[in-house]
Design a protein around this ligand. Structure first.
Ligand SMILES: [Zn+2]
Ligand SMILES: [Zn+2]
Length: 393
């Protein structure tokens, strides 16, 4: 290394530390790099978030700590975190008992504030996003093929509420917070031609609908149905329209009709009575359903043509859904369910939406409005994704 190079490296390092320190208070810059030993020991990173303290579904401000930035980690200053219905389900214990305090949030966008010594994927100042996962074994077939959500060693760590030894709180803590430390592999780049606030919802709502839509492999002009037009559903409509499908949207909210047509849907069917679905029987090549509660699946399945596919991406209470077997058998509909998508595909959907002007419809809120916003999500009043401005946390 020449003298010149050395000077550069040192200057870059000082700049990195300066940027990292701008939004946070550290005992000393060396504390950023916990994995490098010596003086770095004990350098947890202070964070502030909105956390559930119990199963009431009420969030409160909470100061906690993140792990130090390890060799393969990056520290992201969170700028925006959006609200997914899953956050609400999990904090309320709808999917099983939880450890509290727990910070929800798995649609996270911000700026890289520090990088570990072995990180090459990001540099300080990069725009970065984190979605539903923050770690996995990285060694099994699924992990090596970019399907980390299916880690065969059961080591997928989802972004909040999962046991995580490295976390000072013992569990992963999510994105309704001022910062997050994450292994670089589980962060994606956010290109300059999409805003951070519009990129955030792509990290769960975007990838969760994009992944099965891509697997459905529909042709231009095929009839694609979307059931449940909330955060996920409105992205499914926009993505399917963008890919050339003729989109039919099924909603229970009459006041969403104009919006959904403006997203490019061919028709919007207001399902206030299942008889409304009869004219569409057997018409759809494919249906993606985002309804996040228990519902009567049979009428929805009936609109799919024989041999067509129905994909469930909503997650009801207790993860359970009752199916009428005859409804599936009568038209030999293929029923499947899908969970998020792997990291390469998550990066792909962010680029796809940035490049093709596919944007979520968002409403920015202040952190103290989060409990009101949650109530509106539950009452189907969200239009269509609430995004928390992390500067207000
Ligand atoms: Zn989600
Ligand atoms: Zn694995």
């Amino acid at each position: 290394m020449s003298h010149q190079d050395k000077k550069h490296t040192r200057r870059d390092f000082i700049q990195q530390v300066a940027v990292a320190g701008a939004g946070l208070t550290f005992a000393g810059p060396v504390n950023l790099f916990g994995g490098t030993g010596g003086a770095a020991a004990g350098g947890n990173i202070p964070s502030r978030g909105y956390a559930a303290m119990d199963a009431s579904g009420i969030l409160k401000p909470w100061d906690f700590e993140r792990r130090p930035v390890g060799d393969h980690d990056i520290l992201i200053d969170v700028k925006y975190a959006s609200i997914c219905h899953s956050d609400i389900h999990q904090m309320k214990g709808d999917w099983g008992p939880q450890q509290y305090p727990q910070v929800p949030g798995h649609e996270i966008a911000g700026i890289v504030a520090a990088v570990g010594s072995k990180v090459t994927k990001f540099k300080v100042g990069d725009r970065a996003g984190v979605g539903c996962m923050v770690d996995s074994c990285m060694k099994c077939d699924s992990c090596r093929h970019g399907e980390e959500q299916f880690c065969e060693n059961g080591q997928t760590v989802f972004t909040y509420g999962y046991p995580m030894k490295s976390s000072p709180t013992g569990i992963s803590q999510g994105g309704y917070s001022t910062n997050i430390v994450v292994r670089d592999h589980f962060a994606v780049h956010i290109p300059d031609h999409i805003s951070l606030q519009e990129a955030a919802p792509l990290l769960c709502a975007g990838i969760t609908t994009y992944s099965p839509l891509m697997r459905a492999d529909f042709k231009i002009g095929d009839k694609v149905a979307v059931a449940g037009i909330g955060g996920l559903g409105h992205m499914a409509v926009k993505l399917a329209v963008s890919k050339g499908a003729e989109v039919y949207a099924f909603t229970t909210s009459p006041d969403k009709v104009d919006d959904i047509l403006s997203f490019g849907a061919r028709e919007v069917i207001v399902v206030d009575d299942f008889k409304k679905m009869a004219p569409y029987k057997g018409m759809m090549d494919y249906m993606i359903c985002t309804i996040p509660v228990q519902f009567n699946v049979a009428p929805y399945v009936s609109v799919v043509k024989p041999g067509g596919t129905f994909t469930m991406v909503g997650m009801p209470d207790g993860f359970e859904l009752s199916l009428n077997n005859l409804a599936l058998a009568a038209s030999r509909v293929n029923f499947n369910a899908s969970l998020i998508g792997g990291m390469p595909e998550t990066q792909e959907v962010v680029h796809y939406c940035a490049d093709n002007n596919v944007r979520p419809r968002i409403q920015i809120i202040r952190a103290e409005e989060v409990n009101d916003a949650w109530a509106k999500v539950v009452n189907k009043e969200a239009r269509y994704r609430y995004v928390i401005d992390a500067a207000t946390i």
